[in-house]
Write a protein that binds this ligand. Structure first.
Ligand code: PMP
Length: 425
């Protein structure tokens, strides 16, 4: 029965039995982690053959004759550009393959806007106010970048089609301090939402007071489907921007962090010809070049879009049961309490969970007390400030299934306990 329908005495009795259950969980002295979206060891093993694609006897020349052992080619070998272009829906000529981290490229581009300005526009450091749109719930590491630069972050609610476009259009039309937006357009982090075609078209075409407004299109989960039969594919922001007459409005990002090895993958940026020219000019001063041997390894292992798709199916086989376990345990444990809602994603790495207002921090603290580490409450909002204190990001991929089951038992107990405490308060 829904908690809202229970009497004070019934709630108090339920609290007592939940406190006993919680004490039993604590006694197990668990040490489980559902905090970060890391692949499990079994997923990392899928990519071990990548390490065998290159050894001392290998041909270490790229297809254009570049000696990958040496300096040279700052923006990626052609076959690596082609590989990344195939998952980024882009012309390989306007793709740069850099180091191991797409987040690092995003950081550099925010820094570029700040220090130098985009395409002849004023650097933001010379402006009094710089603001940024942050769809919420969103990715904490995006928010950390804009926070570090002192950029004022404006939260915009996500719905099932992406961020609230009415709100965004009204904001950017009026306010020329708004210089950009963070977007995870497919299987968003953490909501698992894929932006609708209409959302993509409106982002590309909306009138913006800031002429240097940029969409940071972080398609980190572009090939990370959980189901063969339900594969999302977000519309191409580049095509939409070109069609709308705003060809320079976007930067696309992707990496193989959750395809091969996080921290040892390859990352890329794709953009218009003009933006790419400016990026190359700056990066050629930042570095002589990135790790081309790793680019070779990736091409030899993954081959092409088809190769990536087959590889990702193996990932899905490992993580799909984890997502299904989380969905089942939330459903069984919480659906009749009326005090929680959650996402059921078809891809990506997260489940977004909402408890009653003012219970997320308490839930995460209770879980921690019982040895289960969750992502910090508030992490999905700019400045870590969830005004309702209700959202928690669940990251089910890292723990083995048995551990995940134990962790979810604890989590469900903590959600219920926090909800009853708040109803009795
Ligand atoms: N973007 C999003 C949306 C992510 O969830 C992550 C990883 N958690 C990253 C970027 C990090 O990507 P990379 O390893 O390429 O820096």
């Amino acid at each position: 029965m829904s908690y809202a329908e229970l009497t004070h005495a019934e709630l108090a009795a339920l609290r007592e039995s939940l406190e006993q259950e919680y004490a039993r969980h604590c006694a197990k002295e668990l040490a489980l982690n559902m905090a970060r979206g890391k692949p499990a060891a079994a997923q990392l093993e899928l990519s071990l053959p990548l390490l065998d694609t290159v050894d001392a006897s290998s041909d270490l020349f790229a297809e254009d004759g570049t000696d990958c052992r040496n300096y040279g080619v700052m923006d990626g070998i052609p076959e690596a550009k082609r590989l990344m272009a195939s998952i980024m829906d882009h012309d390989p000529r306007n793709v740069c393959v850099f180091g191991n981290s797409s987040l690092n490229i995003m950081y550099d581009l925010v820094s570029h806007g700040f220090l130098h300005g985009y395409l002849g526009e004023k650097p933001w450091r010379e402006l009094k106010d710089v603001s940024w749109l942050c769809p919420v719930p969103g990715y904490d590491r995006h928010f950390a970048i804009t926070e570090l630069f002192g950029i004022k972050m404006i939260p915009v609610r996500m719905n099932e089609n992406g961020p609230d476009m009415d709100e965004i259009e009204a904001l950017v039309r009026e306010n020329d301090a708004i210089k950009g937006i963070w977007c995870v357009p497919q299987y968003s982090n953490p909501g698992g939402v894929t932006y609708s075609n209409d959302t993509v078209a409106r982002l590309a075409s909306m009138p913006c007071a800031a002429t240097d407004f940029r969409i940071f299109w972080d398609n980190a989960y572009c090939v990370h489907h959980l189901y063969d039969t339900r594969q999302a594919h977000v519309a191409d922001i580049a095509e939409a921007c070109e069609k709308a007459g705003n060809p320079n409005r976007y930067f696309k990002f992707a990496s193989t962090s959750k395809v091969t090895f996080p921290g040892a993958g390859i990352a890329a940026v794709a953009a218009s010809e003009e933006n790419i020219a400016q990026i190359k000019k700056r990066v050629s001063i930042q570095t002589v070049g990135y790790d081309k041997i790793n680019q070779l390894r990736h091409v030899r292992f993954l081959k092409d879009a088809q190769g990536i798709s087959e590889h990702m199916k193996k990932h899905a086989e490992i993580i799909r049961p984890k997502f299904e376990l989380v969905a089942r345990m939330l459903e069984e444990g919480l659906s009749d309490t009326g005090c929680a809602s959650w996402s059921n994603p078809d891809g990506g790495y997260f489940v977004s969970f909402d408890g009653l207002p003012n219970t997320a921090k308490r839930t995460v603290a209770l879980a921690k007390g019982a040895g289960v580490t969750m992502t910090g409450a508030g992490a999905t909002w700019p400045y870590k400030e969830d005004p309702e204190d209700s959202n928690i990001r669940i990251a089910p991929t890292l723990p083995p299934l048995e551990e995940l089951e134990q962790a979810m038992e604890v989590f469900v107990c903590c959600v219920k306990l926090a909800a009853i405490e708040s109803l009795l308060a």
